[in-house]
Design a binder for this molecule. Structure first.
Ligand SMILES: Cc1ncc(COP(=O)(O)O)c(C=O)c1O
Length: 491
């Protein structure tokens, strides 16, 4: 290798010069209405002069310093008692949450389809989870959310009282749960409700998008500001609501924040959070314009005989109260091209970057204020259909695999204990009865089938092998592509 080269920096430089349609995070979209003007000026002028180490008087040191003021303004904007600025994403928010909750006790009730960063938090904290299953769209192979009734049913049957309930809303596909109804149930058990609202940083800042979860009764909200809120990648926030749990949670969160945050917080990221807050509170019209732009894309999708909108099936799912209009999930089944192939093709050939794909869908995300070129998006999909449309698109209908999604195996030890113990690697044929050291999630539908500490059952092995062998199926966390081996706790 040639030490004179800077391959990543050069590639990034070249990439940044491409003419792209970015319906992908970060939501600022690089240009146009999604970029906060103040952030553009901030970065454009003397960027190195704004790169400082922390603890400087006049910036972030001393009572009432400007960084504290920025956080206070954010707390006011999100109607929170207190906001923490995070420079390691909502992933850090999830880890902080798990560590802080461990200060209240050992058990937790969580939606099974948590982001991997929350499972990491369980490993770090030693918190022991019980789960409530999300609704599943078996035809499309995607997981939605949980209903108030499902949460109530699980709370009623738990033998170990949990310290809190943890849910995710909105989903990757924009499905929004009945946070208010769930909060009522959770509060009736005297517990706080934690909402991972990573995809909803813009909620509550326009009448055209759903309400901020804090206004619906959530006690702690994890928010990935960079996703749709206009800040720089990796910047995020944690919002603590005023309410009966705030006094107890606040010092626990503070300690967990100290445990997870770098001692050299990046000033650009912090400033971008301050600016994104301003962008959102002044953004009613901008957000409404983005919703209109998303609606134009929806209209084109509805008019196209090869495409459907995933959200048109949301009414079938009792957990979905409403949806975020800035998520446009497109079912591409009838194009004859898989979502994964299509996403790759339109990015490489047409510079159109979707946020995500499943076997039969692609997800477009519009940041608050963004107005992407809908006709270019549609043209690229049409081209993908014409060029690749004869590749075989097998169904993701999991019922056609003939193997039902297995129930979670019995928990034999905490995720933390299983993660930290010595491990063996065993072939799939010898895995049943052993304790998993890993988190394994089959896509579709992307909910963890195994967590560290859970017993591996034959049903789970059969299901994971079947999904791994199906076209487009893959197992996140598996030792290899065909899920031929399992990492298990030794002994
Ligand atoms: C539900 C959910 N929570 C948390 C995260 C982590 O967010 P970040 O990338 O800001 O760390 C993600 C990332 O995709 C997510 O989907």
């Amino acid at each position: 290798m040639n030490q004179g080269q800077t391959p990543y920096a050069d590639a990034l430089n070249a990439f940044s010069g491409r003419d792209l349609v970015r319906v992908i995070v970060p939501g600022h979209g690089a240009e146009g209405g999604g970029v906060p003007e103040r952030l553009e000026h901030f970065i454009a002028s003397k960027p190195f002069h704004k790169d400082f180490t922390p603890l400087l008087t006049g910036l972030d040191k001393g009572d009432g310093n400007p960084l504290d003021q920025a956080k206070e303004l954010a707390a006011q904007a999100w109607k929170a008692r207190r906001v923490w600025f995070l420079t390691n994403g909502a992933s850090q928010g999830n880890r902080i949450t798990a560590i802080a909750l461990r200060g209240l006790g050992e058990h937790l009730l969580a939606q099974r389809s948590t982001h991997s960063s929350f499972v990491d938090g369980l490993v770090l904290s030693g918190l022991t989870p019980e789960f409530v299953l999300p609704n599943l769209d078996l035809k499309r192979g995607i997981a939605h959310g949980v209903s108030a009734a499902a949460v109530e049913e699980r709370l009623a049957e738990l033998t170990e009282p949990p310290v809190a309930v943890y849910i995710i809303s909105p989903s990757y596909f924009g499905a929004v749960a009945d946070v208010e109804g769930i909060a009522t149930v959770v509060h009736s058990y005297g517990l706080p409700l934690i909402v991972d609202a990573a995809w909803g940083a813009h909620f509550g800042f326009s009448s055209s998008v759903p309400e901020n979860p804090i206004n619906l009764g959530a006690d702690l909200v994890i928010s990935s500001t960079h996703k749709l809120g206009g800040s720089l990648t990796q910047s995020a926030m944690l919002h603590l609501a005023e309410g009966p749990f705030a006094d107890e949670l606040e010092p626990l969160i503070d300690r967990a924040f100290g445990l997870t945050q770098s001692t050299s917080e990046n000033t650009w990221l912090l400033a971008s959070l301050d600016i994104a807050r301003h962008f959102l509170v002044t953004g009613e019209e901008r957000i409404a314009a983005s919703v209109q732009s998303a609606d134009s894309l929806r209209q084109l999708v509805r008019e196209n005989p090869y495409l459907d909108l995933v959200e048109d099936s949301f009414a079938e799912f009792l957990d979905i109260l409403t949806h975020d209009p800035l998520h446009v999930a497109i079912d591409v089944s009838a194009t004859g091209v898989s979502g994964h192939e299509l996403k790759e093709y339109v990015a490489n050939e047409h510079g159109v970057y979707f946020e995500a794909s499943t076997h039969n869908s692609v997800v477009a995300l519009l940041g608050a204020g963004a107005m992407p070129d809908a006709s270019r998006i549609m043209e690229s999909i049409d081209q993908a259909r014409k060029v690749l449309g004869h590749s075989s698109l097998a169904t993701t209908d999991l019922t056609e695999l003939g193997i039902p999604i297995p129930a979670a195996g019995q928990r034999r030890m905490s995720p933390r204990e299983a993660f930290l113990r010595d491990h063996d690697l065993v072939p799939a044929s010898e895995a049943a009865g052993r304790i998993s050291a890993d988190t394994l999630a089959a896509y579709p539908p992307g909910i963890p089938n195994l967590l560290p500490g859970e017993e591996i059952t034959q049903e789970t092995v059969d299901f994971l092998s079947a999904v791994a062998a199906s076209p487009g199926g893959f197992i996140r966390g598996a030792v290899d592509r065909s899920s031929s081996h399992y990492r298990v706790v030794k002994g």
